[in-house]
Write a protein that binds this ligand. Sequence first.
Ligand SMILES: [Zn+2]
Length: 447
Amino acid sequence: MSGTLPWGTIDKYYLAGALYKHPPESKHGGAGGKHWGYEGLIGPTHWHKLFKNACSGREQSPINIQREYTLYDPKLNDFAIWYDPPKPGSKFYLLNNGHTVQVNTFGPFYVANGGLPSVYTTAQFHFHWGDASHRGSEHTVDGKASPIELHVVSYDAETYPKISTAMKEHQGLAVLGVLFDVVEKDNPALEKLIRNFNAIRDPEVKTEVEMDAMPIRDFLPKDTSKYYRYNGSLTTPGCYESVVWTVFEDKQTISERQLDEFRRILKLKKEIGGGSGGRRKRRSSLQHDQEAAAEEVLVELGIKGDPMKELDLALQLEDEQKKEAKQFKAKHSHLKADALKAKENSTKTETSYKVQGVQGDDDTVDMQNIPIAYIQDMLWNNYRPVQPIYERDVYRSFKLYTPPKKVVVLETAYRSNNNNNDWNSGEMIKCNYLLLTLVLSCISMLL
Ligand SMILES: [Zn+2]
């Protein structure tokens, strides 16, 4: 272990992730039992190191869907989604697993057709979102992200006995991806979940809120016949390449207020001054995690063993950390205040950590308290960036609309020639115009 680096400064900015508490095992989650997150050394670019032989294959998700390179497949018909309405007695269980807001379904829910190779049983749905409206979705279309994305996760229960088996097998899972547009009006289906967010705000309070099940279709776009299809992976560790992906062309809607409700959800965080028993043990294992992670950074940067460079890096990070803490505080202070208020109002079990106080606006930022408390508090930007597509094809279930732009231009050219009494060239252009229209309609038929 290098003794030259002032860990006290470097770890707070760069290694916040190493402090995460062991996440609760999600009923249908990815690989439990390991620390992972969306930032720093436990973020998506390090998943392949945290989970050996995972998250680095050639069929990873999400992807950027480039519309013009997608292939039309007429066999991709509309979906059959049932039961709708849900069978009596069907339930939703809303929870916060520290990585997302998830709804586990109880009762018979199925997804079939839509070009799927089997009838898939729906197990859960969950969301990915960002801290600003121009990012948050995992899939992007023509490079454009949505502020939030819904994933409805179903598995091939006809072939595999349980989801944990199916999730490791080719086409064992079918995930429906729904992108959202921000509108003024609240989304009533989402609102039914959001009104229970107070009870699940803190993932360390292991609460599941039981609700009457709602039709899955209420969360999908109205038209489910237009979608993109490709083979990909889970977007969380261990990133198994077992997913038949559907990303709908049409979007659902959400209001800015509702988006903010998602952004107020808290993520797993370190214990600060909790119960005294076991504190020593926690601290020493945390220190070990931090040092191991810091070591990895130094090796990656190629400066390990050079005391001057290590010190340089530490000072640089400290500076960045101060700036970031101030920016973050200025931008998100209202969310922080609201989240704290909601926590206070919550009647749930007392949590095992203390929330750090809010710092004044002067130049000195208390490194001991502020940055980690802020960075770790909110669960946002819980989306994995797009992955390389490699040799995969992306199909679409619908014909692309061909804009009649060129025809309009030609028509103008014909008229202007006509006005000049140049009848011959006018007739010729008219002829070309007819030919081109014919060609264009042929092309659009092929597409
Ligand atoms: Zn997901």
